[in-house]
Design a protein around this ligand. Structure first.
Ligand code: NAG
Length: 228
């Protein structure tokens, strides 16, 4: 069995290398560069689909299009994860961000354990800055090396693009951080509901074998994410 598995991986290696070489050019690019000063999103034209949002007539653009008030009001961290998230993103929230390859996110954490579970942003790196309290952060690279530290007010940390990461408040008072992400549509894949709460469900046997879990354990975790 062990020998057969080894042969499988040996066969895979050249294929993986070829895939990396083919895709390496694309992997260095973030969102496409804008070709105008700005392309302020016109959210009323919802029937047009392309890479970004349609632009307003530049003569109708005002300072309000480059302004967000998303972070004025405090969020509510009275929820099971103890977290409140507010976003300034291209679209109605901050139309001027369209095509600028940026998204800004505010995280508020309940004291003692406000938590952003393990997740991935498929299209962006994330630079986080703590502005209140203390937040433990961590990510795992593609060689399974784990990087983690605790950030205090004024500290920043980078989650490289596409890698699994988390944020956990470790202060006895509420904490806060801001993150900038270098895509107007970073995407978020929250691993626990992605794997155990998908629609339709991933077959039990796949999760049992992937995580060395019993069928009962898989069913219990799936049930906690509302899957059958
Ligand atoms: C925060 O959310 C909780 C739970 O939904 C709710 O009971 C509470 O009234 C909310 N607090 C505020 C200030 O909105």
């Amino acid at each position: 069995m062990a020998i057969r598995e080894l042969r499988c991986w040996e066969l895979l290696t050249p294929l993986v290398t070829a895939w990396i070489l083919i895709h390496a050019g694309a992997a260095f690019a973030a969102d496409a560069d804008p070709i105008f000063d700005y392309c302020v999103a016109d959210s009323t034209q919802s029937s047009i689909f392309f890479n970004g949002l349609p632009c307003k007539d530049p003569s109708t653009v005002t300072a309000a299009d480059f302004t967000s008030t998303a972070f004025r009001a405090p969020g509510n961290t009275s929820n099971p994860l103890g977290i409140a998230i507010a976003v300034a993103a291209a679209g109605p929230g901050l139309p001027g961000l369209n095509t600028q390859s940026l998204t800004l996110v505010r995280f508020e954490y309940a004291k003692d354990g406000g938590f952003v579970p393990l997740h991935i942003h498929p299209r962006a790196s994330e630079l986080i800055t703590v502005t209140k309290g203390a937040v433990q952060v961590g990510f795992i690279d593609s060689s399974n090396k784990f990087f983690s530290t605790t950030l205090y007010k004024g500290d920043s940390f980078l989650f490289p693009r596409g890698l699994i990461h988390y944020q956990l408040s470790v202060s006895s008072s509420p904490a806060k951080s801001y993150s900038s992400l270098n895509s107007q549509n970073p995407g978020i894949v929250l691993l626990p509901p992605n794997l155990f709460g998908s629609t339709p469900s991933i077959p039990d046997i796949v999760l049992e074998k992937s995580f060395s879990l019993s069928k009962d354990e898989v069913d219990r975790i799936k049930a906690s994410f509302g899957a059958s």
